[in-house]
Design a protein around this ligand. Structure first.
Ligand code: CDP
Length: 220
């Protein structure tokens, strides 16, 4: 059997990486893993357990105990998407032992994609640099902070109409700085990743550009 084809999609919050990663997975019939959901789930589990996300021992205990199958629970999955969980996720994600506890689940997903699929698409912050440094294709998706805040604000409006644009922009800027500035697997474009700025692209245009870049790599 040939090794599965791995596509790594990294980038900051609301850059469009999740949408593009999902569309790439559907196009190639590959398995898809949203690794941000794992950090969000760890953060939510800490809160569920009555712990504090800033307390490393609580976060590490939740990460070690975390069961990926919980992501299939739709109520749990909906709670993952709130602004508060996003903030808390970026706090636990800066802790090296939290990251270490969920590395093998991510690598296993990539190396043995569920459903016997021929490949896997993983999106996150450190897929191309740390989780799957040998991925066949790597994309780093970005967009200007004001555009990303606008997209995220629209998404979050459905659940919380009181959330202001300024709060969302501030959250995104704080999170970008924390994700890029941490010592443990910081968010960074891998040297061999293609940069795609989606600021002025529609979803269709961004997908066409991403697909062309990935096909160029997979067809080698
Ligand atoms: O959807 P959005 O881009 O806002 O966030 P996410 O991808 O769900 O990730 C939530 C948080 O998890 C990020 O702010 C990162 O701190 C962390 N994360 C990470 O450190 N490494 C990853 N591979 C994925 C997410």
């Amino acid at each position: 059997m040939t090794d599965p084809a791995i596509i790594a999609v990294d980038g900051p919050a609301a850059s469009g990486k999740g949408t593009l990663a999902r569309k790439l997975a559907a196009h190639f019939n590959f398995a898809y893993l949203d690794t941000g959901a794992l950090y969000r789930a760890v953060a939510l589990s800490v809160i569920d357990m009555g712990g504090q996300v800033e307390t490393e021992a609580d976060a590490v205990a939740a990460a070690r105990r975390f069961d990926m199958s919980r992501l299939a629970d739709t109520d749990f999955a909906a709670a993952l998407r709130t602004a508060e969980t996003g903030r808390a996720a970026s706090v636990v994600a800066a802790m090296p032992d939290v990251r270490a506890a969920i590395i093998s689940a991510q690598r296993q997903f990539a190396e043995t994609p569920p459903g016997g699929k021929a490949g896997a698409v993983l999106d996150g912050r450190d897929i191309g640099t740390n989780i799957c440094p040998d991925a066949a294709a790597k994309l780093f998706i970005t967009a200007r902070a004001d555009i990303r805040a606008e997209r995220r604000w629209r998404e979050l409006q459905a659940d919380d109409a009181t959330l202001s644009f300024e709060t969302v922009l501030n959250d995104i800027e704080v999170r970008d700085a924390r994700d890029a500035g941490r010592a443990a697997a910081p968010m960074r474009q891998a040297e061999d990743a293609h940069l795609l700025d989606t600021s002025d692209l529609s979803i269709e245009e961004a997908f066409a550009a991403a697909l062309a870049l990935v096909e160029g790599k997979l067809n080698r």
